[in-house]
Structure formats: structure tokens, C-alpha cells
Design a protein around this ligand. Structure first.
Ligand code: SF4
Ligand code: SF4
Length: 257
């Protein structure tokens, strides 16, 4: 009897689509992926839909509306493995900056007709709403890490994704430290590796888009950034970028309020 291919679904919540595009950007590997799984629901790639349940669900985006809070529970109920992909789904994304101000003030400032807006007061990661089997970080995610996560999941093993900081990536690739050699600000010491060291190899500091590393020493980094000339307000803003709602960065920014 022919064995059934596992069903893959890709879901979008509040996000820019960049992480879903990382899957489509796997041009050389896409045929192998389509061989290994049945792409059952992926509206960015096809209007065809195969009904659940699904073996693997990739979830992009944060939860920002009452409808999304309801829908993510339905997605969870239909998914054997639920993997969140990207800064929005794993931390709340750049849109979590709205968590810092009263919703009404923001809606009135942005929309000509605020009465049509139905939004939650916060943008939150998927993990705040349902059980998540694995979180893949990045803004956007690294396609090679995505392939590793899919391969590991299909083979029943834990994904081999590094948990060390960007600084280790600089050392491994022989990139000269932009903070030490040029006095440029860099969040690398407190940021999760995984992007392939993109910014320091382009001669600029890291902005933390892969989110905080597990044991982020933001206190030590803040002292170093102050010594480089950053004032309190700049420091506060520096931690409030793509992954501003990740606890380590949120707490670090609050200490410079
Ligand atoms: S450039 Fe940034 S990430 Fe690289 S070693 Fe220096 S501080 Fe760390
Ligand atoms: S170096 Fe930092 S900001 Fe640049 S892509 Fe990597 S994680 Fe993102």
C-alpha cells in the first residue's frame, strides 16, 4: 500500500508575508519538499485547499485581532505539529510597538475612520495563545533553517538550530567585529544567531531581528553602548525594533524609560 505523504499547511496571521516567501525562495529544494509532503494549504502559492487535519502547520504572523485569536485555536486543533516562523509569530513582531500605547490613541492617529477598526490592544506571539511545538526565529527566517526544521520534523528528530549569539557567527566566519574595530552599535552579543551573519558582513551592526539569545546580558551590552555615546532614549529605541516584545528586549528597553 502506498504510504501517505504528510500534509503541510502554511498559515498567515498579522505579518508581511516575508517568512512564507522564504519557503517559496527554496527554489532548488522546492521539488524535494513537494515530494516529501503534500502541500495541502498554502494560499500564497496556490488557491487549491485540502481539508485538515494537517501533519505540520507553519504559522507566520502575530495575533492582533479577536478573529485571529479565534482562528489560531482552530489551526492548533487541526495540526499535529505547529511550528511558528519569524519574528511576528515568535515575539509579536515590529507591530508589537502598539503594546506600548493605548490602542484608541493609535487607531485615531492612524486611521481616518477608526470606527471600522476591530483590533486587540496588543500584538502577541502565537505561543501566548496556543501550544507551539517549535519556534523558528528571524525577520525573515533563514530558508536553510526552515529546511532543517522541516527535515527534522519529518524524520522525528529535534531541529539542529544554533542557540548561540551572532558574535559566535562573526568569529566562525572570520568577520571583524564592527563594534570593537569601528565603534558601531551592534545587538549581536544578545541576539540569536541564524541569519548567516548578514549585517556585520555588510559592515554594519546587528539590529536584533532574530530576537534575543537565551541568556542575553543586555545590562553589559547597554553599558558598552553607553560608552560608545548612546543616550537613554537611543538605548530605549535600540531595543524596540523587530523583536521589541521579546521579554529580554522589552525589559532592557524599559530600564531606559
Ligand atoms: S560585529 Fe556584532 S555580532 Fe559581530 S562580533 Fe561584533 S558585536 Fe558581535
Ligand atoms: S545581523 Fe542581526 S539584524 Fe542583521 S539579519 Fe542578522 S539577526 Fe537580523
Amino acid at each position: 500500500m502506498a504510504s501517505r505523504r504528510p500534509k503541510l499547511a502554511v498559515w498567515k496571521f498579522s505579518s508581511c508575508d516575508g517568512c512564507q516567501l522564504s519557503l517559496l525562495a527554496c527554489e532548488d529544494e522546492l521539488l524535494a519538499i513537494a515530494d516529501a509532503v503534500e502541500i495541502a494549504y498554502f494560499l500564497e502559492a496556490s488557491r487549491a485547499e485540502v481539508a485538515g487535519p494537517y501533519d505540520i502547520s507553519l504559522v507566520e504572523g502575530s495575533i492582533t485581532t479577536p478573529q485571529e485569536a479565534e482562528r489560531i485555536r482552530r489551526v492548533r486543533a487541526q495540526s499535529r505539529m505547529l511550528i511558528t516562523i519569524g519574528a511576528c509569530a515568535t515575539t509579536g513582531g515590529i507591530q508589537a510597538l502598539k503594546n506600548l500605547r493605548p490602542l484608541d490613541d493609535l487607531v485615531r492617529a492612524v486611521y481616518a475612520h477608526p470606527e471600522y477598526i476591530d483590533s486587540l490592544a496588543t500584538s502577541t506571539p502565537v505561543l501566548d495563545h496556543v501550544r507551539v511545538d517549535f519556534e523558528l526565529h528571524g525577520c525573515p527566517i533563514n530558508k536553510y533553517q526552515l529546511l532543517e526544521v522541516l527535515s527534522a520534523t519529518l524524520n522525528g528528530r529535534r531541529p539542529n538550530v544554533p542557540t548561540y549569539s551572532q558574535c559566535i557567527e562573526c568569529k566562525l566566519s572570520g568577520t571583524v567585529c564592527v563594534m570593537v574595530s569601528q565603534g558601531k552599535a551592534c545587538l549581536g552579543p544578545v541576539t540569536q544567531a541564524g541569519c548567516g551573519n548578514l549585517c556585520p558582513t555588510c559592515d554594519r551592526g546587528c539590529f536584533g531581528c532574530f530576537g534575543p539569545v537565551e541568556t542575553a546580558n543586555t545590562q553589559a551590552l547597554s553599558a558598552r553602548l553607553k560608552a560608545l555615546g548612546m543616550d537613554q532614549r537611543e538605548l530605549q529605541h535600540y531595543y524596540r525594533l523587530f523583536t521589541n516584545n521579546a521579554p529580554a528586549f522589552r525589559e532592557a528597553s524599559e530600564t531606559h524609560d
